[in-house]
Write a protein of this length. Structure first.
Length: 367
């Protein structure tokens, strides 16, 4: 093994409802990463939260057969974070890690949880920090902050699981005050359209509330419009670049989980057929949101454009967007000339850059 290669830990799986999507994203990254530059150590996190590694970890997760894998232990040794595996009750050193690449979608991976762990370890890691990850993950909190920036958002309200479980009818009545049907019901802290439903009447609203509450303790209900679904990729730290917008035309009534990963009948267009003025405005808002929540590394910013009057609404920001073959984040950047392997290189470089910047911070007061 060349000493010039960076030791990179690719982390995938996780306790989220987006576990399978994470595994698919990890496969795409592994296929594209330059192994002449990086020694990749695979770490899979099971649905139960166990960190595992070993021979062909990703393949074991794909096959749902992890019996041969070993438990992961990370230890700080001489100012380095060293990856170990537990073998017959004994710790076996694998390698010091230069940079962590979490390709975890949803809760416990994209919500600031693992970012906080990385901050405590004081390591370089790909993607946004703790604050922007947690803000970006919660659709309600994010909309609150983005609206405060002056960015238009659709009318919405957050309901907690306890209220839904104890008084479903009253919750539905309150939700109906947001706007006329249709209404969209979403878990506040999940992506990939997991648990999302479109309600055209009271019965569908009640069903949607019940489904969303299974995935999260916070449920967002928002006004539905006849809209175009537009996405923009952002890449960078203090001076990010913004891609040209792309458009998703769902095969269903909206861009559902099945439409994304099972049926695959949605169509994507890069670039989106938008006027220069709308393109520029979408890019401006994407950058405003990205910097407004102190994002770093990467994000995909999603918009809804009303088909009736072309009004632009911020929908959500994804701080660890999908990396699968059908994912828009790499597609949009590829349209701008950034290949998949180059994208991975840039993300790793941005992680190291951000770590160097954090190291400038004074952590003690000297007399």
């Amino acid at each position: 093994m060349s000493s010039k290669r960076l030791n990179l830990a690719l982390i995938f799986g996780g306790r989220s409802g987006e576990h399978e999507v994470s595994v698919m994203s990890a496969r795409s990254v592994l296929q594209a990463i330059d192994t002449d530059k990086y020694q990749v150590w695979q770490i899979g996190i099971t649905r139960e939260g166990h960190w595992l590694t070993g021979e062909n970890t990703l393949q074991a997760f794909e096959n749902k057969s992890c019996e041969s894998l070993k438990q992961v232990v990370l230890m700080q040794i001489d100012d380095k974070t060293v990856l170990h595996q537990l073998v017959d009750g004994n710790l076996q050193k694998i390698s010091a890690i230069d940079v962590f690449f979490p390709i975890l979608h949803g809760t416990y991976g994209e919500d600031g949880t693992i970012q906080g762990y990385f901050e405590m370890l004081d390591v370089a890691y790909v993607g946004a920090g703790l604050l922007s990850s947690s803000v970006g993950m919660d659709k309600g909190i994010c909309k609150d902050l983005v609206a405060n920036l002056g960015v238009p958002v659709l009318e919405y309200k957050i309901f907690n699981r306890q209220k839904i479980e104890t008084d479903l009818e009253a919750t539905a009545l309150e939700a109906e005050k947001i706007a006329p049907y249709p209404l969209f019901v979403k878990p506040a802290n999940l992506g990939s359209s997991v648990g999302i439903s479109k309600a055209k009447n009271r019965q569908e609203l009640i069903k949607g509330l019940e489904i969303a509450a299974k995935y999260d303790r916070r449920v967002l209900v928002e006004r539905g419009i006849n809209a175009r679904e537009i996405e923009v990729s952002v890449l960078g730290n203090t001076d990010p670049i913004v891609s040209t917008p792309g458009e998703i035309i769902p095969g269903d009534e909206f861009y559902s989980y099945d439409d994304k990963y099972i049926d695959g009948i949605a169509r994507t267009f890069v670039p989106a057929d938008l006027s220069d003025a709308i393109t520029q405005r979408v890019q401006e808002i994407a950058l405003q949101v990205y910097q407004g929540i102190d994002c770093a590394g990467m994000a995909r910013v999603d918009f809804l454009i009303d088909k009736h009057n072309e009004e632009i609404f911020f929908s959500e920001i994804n701080t660890i967007p999908g990396f699968t073959p059908i994912s828009m984040f790499p597609k949009l950047l590829a349209h701008g000339g950034i290949t998949y392997p180059e994208l991975i290189d840039r993300l790793i470089a941005l992680a190291l850059e951000r770590k160097a910047d954090r190291d400038k911070t004074i952590r003690s007061i000297q007399a």
